[in-house]
Design a protein around this ligand. Structure first.
Ligand code: FES
Length: 580
């Protein structure tokens, strides 16, 4: 998938590892491979632990049965391939776990994650001594490490530590499996069963090895059975235990110091570096959104909705440091899901970099500098008032007139209406045949231009009466006009082909425009002068002006809207004196 495809939101998820968010065939195979390696190594270790614990559980039957099954397990794990697989997985899993820890920039994390990390680091403290005391002693001194001698050595002194080891290992593995399985579709249905197994298995393992050890103790009561076959073996075991402890604590100390060093370095660095590709880099202190950082540093960055998380035009492909970002929030997730954006794509207006970040802007920013000078260049969402006006029956009226007179009349009408609209701060968006679409509140206004639109409507009707008086001898019948007004959010932007001056026309798009147009059409049905929505009256601060209120269905909207119908020009002027 190319960046261009991502930019167009053309990803279908094919070829993308949803778990890691990296595309197949990209130059960044390393990270997903490491993630899979960590999972695979964890699964190998889990398989070992599962068989080991099941073997322990057989202690509820007898030590002899435990040993029989143990030989089968050894056939697997003590074979050369099994040994390489097991200890390789152990080393890889620890290395990747430490790597993940060093890549963390924050210690704020869900309880599950914290528990998994804590348990993960507790494992070597108890496990290394166990490994050295069993297989280590077997390899180094040929010491028998079947269940019976091992139980004799562990019971009762090691009862607590070994039981704790069972719980810690199982807890760490269970949380890891939970994270892996939770996204699967079948998981919710299987969860109760899995939880039962996850609870029962360690309990059976604990019960099995403790029962076997106690039975052995009872059997040998009164007899002096040496724990180790010789003095040398006992001394070697002691040395192994101490060396193992030193090794583990040196390792944990090194990791701890490394983490502290990373934290200190991060604090000292203070500013984060944002790389936009093409050699462009900026530095900024953590806090602002990526979009704000772009703006502060003069990096052209498109943001049609102004950073409200609605338009996706600020989206970026995160090429480095994505793991330092918090997961997508609900808003970001919802908006990006609409364009089926891959996991690496983030909204610049929603992310606040706290560490170095590499990004690629996905929406072309050519001309974004101009866009910053002219906010309408890339579109602005704003609450505005839209007015539609249409001459009633003008086509049939014009049929009885000379074309020159028709043009003259229409131009006179448009000039008069434009003058009224502009006098009230509105702009004529376009002329549609004999109709007019006008916008009010295109500059931020508290009432979204609603009062100006209503005042314009009244004056436009008055201007029409003047025109009718002026052209009484020219037109066979007086001109009549219907007006529709609605207030709501719309996207204001420059749309269409370039004009001579190198700029596009400003227009409004969206449901508010369509609704205003439908209200104007309703004036024919209701045989009235004006249909305005209650939203416009409210925006204008007009409450219950009296008269004809109706709830009407509007084509293209699922819900009806409340409208106010005026059939006299004076009524429109009157309502502007009624305020909340
Ligand atoms: S600027 Fe619109 S979603 Fe970010």
């Amino acid at each position: 998938m190319t960046a261009a495809e991502v930019a167009r939101g053309e990803s279908t998820g094919k070829g993308v590892d949803r778990g890691t968010g990296k595309g197949r065939g990209s130059g960044r195979r390393l990270l997903p491979s490491l993630a899979r390696l960590r999972l695979a190594s964890g699964l190998v270790l889990f398989a070992f632990v599962l068989l080991h614990f099941l073997n322990h559980a057989l202690g509820l039957v007898s030590i002899a049965v435990m040993d029989v099954v143990q030989t089968w397990r050894w056939a697997l794990w003590r074979s050369p391939p099994g040994t390489i697989l097991l200890y390789g997985a152990f080393a890889v899993h620890i290395a990747l776990g430490v790597r993940a820890l060093f890549r963390r920039r924050t210690w704020r994390m869900p309880l599950n994650d914290a528990l998994q990390i804590g348990l993960g680091f507790a494992i070597p403290v108890l496990l290394v001594g166990h490994i050295l005391g069993t297989r280590g002693m077997h390899v180094a001194a040929g010491v028998d490490d079947f269940y019976e001698p091992v139980l004799r050595r562990l019971w009762p002194d090691g009862a607590v530590s070994q039981s704790l080891l069972v719980v810690i290992v199982w807890g760490h593995a269970s949380i890891g499996l939970y994270h892996w399985l939770r996204p699967k579709a079948w998981f919710p249905a299987a969860a109760p069963w899995l939880l039962s197994i996850a609870t029962a298995l360690p309990l059976l393992a604990l019960a099995g090895w403790i029962e076997a050890a106690r039975r052995l103790e009872l059997l040998e009561r009164g007899r002096q059975v040496p724990r180790w076959p010789s003095e040398e073996a006992a001394a070697l075991a002691e040395w192994f235990a101490q060396a193992g402890n030193h090794l583990v604590f040196a390792f944990l100390g090194a990791v701890g110091l490394g983490l502290i060093a990373v934290r200190v370095a991060t604090r000292l660095r203070a500013k984060v570096r944002i790389s936009y590709g093409g050699g462009r880099r900026v530095r900024a202190r953590p806090g602002p959104t990526l979009l704000e950082i772009s703006r502060m540093n003069g990096v052209p960055h498109v943001s049609i909705c102004g950073g409200r998380g609605r338009c996706t035009t600020c989206r970026v492909l995160v090429t480095a440091g994505g793991e330092t970002l918090p997961p997508r929030g609900t808003l970001e997730e919802t908006v990006l899901a609409r364009i089926d954006a891959p996991p690496d794509v983030r909204l610049a207006c929603q992310i606040r970099p706290t560490a170095d970040l590499g990004v690629h802007l996905l929406v072309p920013a050519e001309g974004a500098d101009a866009g910053q000078r002219d906010p309408y260049r890339w579109g602005v969402e704003r609450r505005i008032t839209v007015l539609f006006a249409d001459l009633r029956g003008f086509t049939s009226l014009a049929e009885g007139m000379y074309p020159y007179d028709t043009v003259f009349l229409l131009n006179s009408y448009f000039e008069a209406m434009t003058a009224v609209i502009e006098r009230h701060g509105g702009t004529v968006d376009k002329f549609l045949g004999d109709g007019i679409m006008a916008l009010f509140g295109t500059r931020p206004e508290r009432d979204a231009g609603a009062r100006a639109a209503l005042a314009s409507a009244g004056e436009m009707l008055a201007a029409l009466e003047d025109l009718n008086a002026e052209f009484a001898g020219l037109v066979p019948a007086p001109l009549r006009m219907g007006l529709g007004i609605h207030t709501g959010p719309a996207v204001l932007g420059r749309v269409g082909g370039m004009r001579r001056g190198g700029e596009r026309e400003l227009t409004a798009l969206g449901d508010t425009v369509n609704t205003a147009s439908r209200l104007e059409e309703m004036t024919k049905e209701f045989r009235c002068l004006l249909v305005t929505s209650e939203d416009t009256l409210k925006a204008a601060g007009i409450e219950c002006p009296g008269g004809d209120f109706r709830q009407v269905p509007v084509r293209g909207r699922s819900e009806t809207i409340a409208v106010w119908i005026a059939d006299r020009r004076e009524t429109i002027g009157d309502i502007l004196t009624v305020t909340i």
